[in-house]
Design a protein around this ligand. Structure first.
Ligand code: PXP
Length: 236
């Protein structure tokens, strides 16, 4: 199973001071060096983490695979076609949400989606749709011409009851098996972390997981000791 690392929250931290550190591009290069198969970033309408200039620099620096998460808007389509990431992932986007809530509503937006994807296909940019693990949504993803389905694992991650979590995992497994059987590549993400990821390694249909928050949160704590010692060496 491959790991794609979402570096949005490096930018969130950088933006807290509105200066230069930490640099999401430096984080992307480190992630690649550590074995990430791809770098994911979400250019939001409000630019709350990654900004346009970050995206351009990421495009120049990333050598594995750049996955641009975005809403289905004309502005994002224009930016993506100019930037040419290897992959776009369409997500629903609400200004007031803290993170992407729920999958893309493919039933409502199907006809717009079909037209939206055409220029990407023509430009050789792969497309992925972030949806709930639901057979109808998977059918429409394939029918719309997308290459990849990203199964939303948020409900699984939020379950605190073992039985309910197992049922959710089963739903994801069945969705992955079905999606692969109709020719889609299958990836998964949202809310996955060091404690809940293990069962996914048994789902061979899922080629890749996309993880951001848990890795950046872990990195802050595991790196703090080294950062403090380095500073103490300077001042003592
Ligand atoms: N996949 C998609 C489509 C997302 O929108 C996100 C969150 O940006 C992720 C994966 C990663 O989620 P998390 O930060 O919870 O690992």
């Amino acid at each position: 199973m491959r790991l794609a690392v979402n570096i949005d929250h490096i930018a969130t931290l950088r933006n807290a001071r509105n200066e230069f550190e930490p640099d999401p591009v430096a984080a992307a290069l480190l992630a690649e060096k550590s074995g990430a198969a791809g770098i994911v970033c979400h250019l939001r309408e409000d630019r709350r983490h990654i900004r346009d200039n970050d995206l351009q620099r990421l495009r120049q620096a990333v050598t594995t695979k750049l996955d641009l998460e975005m809403a289905m808007t004309q502005e994002m389509q224009h930016i993506a076609l100019q930037t040419k990431p290897e992959l776009i992932t369409l997500v629903p986007e609400k200004r007031e949400e803290l993170t992407t809530e729920g999958g893309f509503n493919i039933t409502t937006h199907y006809h717009t989606l079909v037209e939206f994807l055409k220029p990407f296909k023509a430009a050789g940019i792969e497309s992925s749709i972030f949806i709930e693990p639901d057979q109808k949504a998977i059918d429409l993803t394939a029918k719309a011409g997308a290459d990849i389905v990203e199964l939303h694992t948020g409900s699984y991650a939020l379950k605190t009851n073992d039985e309910e979590r197992a049922l959710e995992l089963q739903r994801i497994h069945e969705a992955a098996t079905y999606a692969k059987s109709i020719g889609l590549k299958v990836v998964a993400g949202h809310g996955l972390n060091y404690l809940n990821i293990a069962p996914f390694t048994a789902i061979s249909e899922i080629e890749e997981v996309s993880i951001g928050h848990a890795i950046i949160a872990r990195a802050v704590l595991t790196g703090l000791d080294k950062a403090i010692r380095e500073l103490l060496r300077i001042i003592q």
